[in-house]
Design a protein around this ligand. Structure first.
Ligand code: KG4
Ligand code: ZN
Length: 357
């Protein structure tokens, strides 16, 4: 079964083709082709994503990108079995572009469509990596909009263990980067600057580190970074900027590592999957690997290029659901999108609160 995946939930236009053996749920999915157009440069001038510009740019890019990916896949149009698209959560206008393209392509080919949950895509994205995990595992989802710990029992069986009560980890990176004059999106830039800094040069809070829950909070950290940045003033030297970047990165990493280990312990599991844009952070990977190795646990990541938004994870999530009979692709092309859509809505059985041990 060949599945096309279309991702347009925010500021990346992503298209991919994934192939799976529909008759064998344990067969490994294969990524035949994928391509991405990032709008980062366009939004950088505004210091953040401008939704209307995002939608218009998706409209410009989506058809050429789809043609390019289909050509790269080596498949004829007739070989496409299903067209999957990100149904939500995300920016309504941006989502509609992907839904529109998916439905038109599917209708023209007389094939079904399937709307996919963006976070399920992130969650399952490590199944396309060389080091794919096995179920069950704990997932740490760390993106620009979400910070969640989930117990993943199988495809479609997700229990929310904890999540951020304010800013997401990616937001903490982005907002701190802005305070350091690093522009948008600041995560990768802050990580690069942090390489030249001393993480112990500033003392920053680790919010909720010792709370008994698996929830996160990053708003206080952002305030502390702002206070330090104001103290340093406009004539801050390069070394101080690098030190503050390193201290900020370390504070975020400390909380993510600590809570991930706590989640593994509470669930009695020894496999952690990290996905979402912040999962591309190399220091986070290093420190999670070391901390998990110490307690006999393994960490699985998507390939670096599939950490941020992409069409491959959308095609993959659709393919894995279809392979297991968990979704019905439809030829009813009245596309609808869900800009707000909790992941637990698509989980069977529905999420139950984690019992403390
Ligand atoms: O998953 P993603 O591409 O989009 C969302 O669904 O939000 O994640 C984007 C987030 C941004 O906040 C970005 O700054 C952050 O991931 N990010 C990083 C790194 N690469 C991307 N944060 C820290 N270090 C990185 N290397
Ligand atoms: Zn994302």
């Amino acid at each position: 079964m060949n599945v096309v995946g279309i991702e347009t939930s925010c500021d990346e236009t992503g298209v991919a083709v994934v192939q799976v053996d529909a008759a064998n749920a344990s067969a490994k999915p294969r990524l035949l082709a994928h391509a991405l157009h990032s709008q980062v440069e366009m939004h950088a001038a505004f210091g953040g994503v401008v939704p209307e510009l995002a939608s218009r740019d998706h409209i410009r890019r989506i058809v050429p990108l789809t043609r390019q990916v289909l050509a790269q896949s080596g498949l004829s149009l007739a070989a496409i079995d299903v067209v999957a698209f990100t149904r939500g959560p995300g920016l309504a206008g941006a989502l509609l572009v992907g839904a529109g393209l998916a439905c038109s392509l599917a209708a023209a080919l007389n094939r079904p469509v399937l709307g996919v949950h963006h976070l399920e895509g992130h969650l399952l994205s490590p199944f396309l990596s060389r080091d794919a995990p096995e179920f069950p595992f704990v997932a740490l989802l760390v993106s620009g909009g979400h910070t969640q710990l989930m117990r993943v029992i199988d495809v479609g069986r997700y229990e929310l263990l904890g999540e951020t009560i304010d800013d997401a980890a990616g937001e903490a990176f982005d907002k701190s980067a802005q305070l350091l004059g690093l522009g948008y999106p600041g995560g990768p830039a802050l990580a690069r600057l942090a390489e030249f800094g001393d993480p112990n040069a500033f003392s920053l809070p680790r919010p909720m580190l010792h709370s008994p829950t698996l929830d996160f909070s990053f708003a206080g950290l952002k305030t502390a970074v702002r206070t330090q940045a104001l103290k340093l003033g406009a004539n801050v030297c390069e070394q101080d900027r690098a030190n503050l970047a390193a201290a900020t990165q370390q504070a975020i990493i400390d909380v993510l590592v600590h809570k991930s280990l706590l989640a593994l312990r509470r669930c009695g599991l020894s496999r952690l999957v990290v996905s979402g844009g912040v999962g591309a952070n190399l220091r986070l990977r290093e420190q999670l690997d070391a901390a998990c190795a110490k307690r006999g646990a393994r960490v699985h990541y998507p390939e670096l290029e599939l950490c941020t938004d992409n069409g491959a994870m959308i095609a993959l999530a659709a393919a894995m659901r279809l392979q297991r009979g968990l979704a019905d692709a439809s030829t009813h092309y009245a596309f609808d999108v869900r800009p707000r859509w909790p992941l637990t809505d698509i989980s069977t059985p529905r999420a139950r609160p984690e019992t403390e041990t």
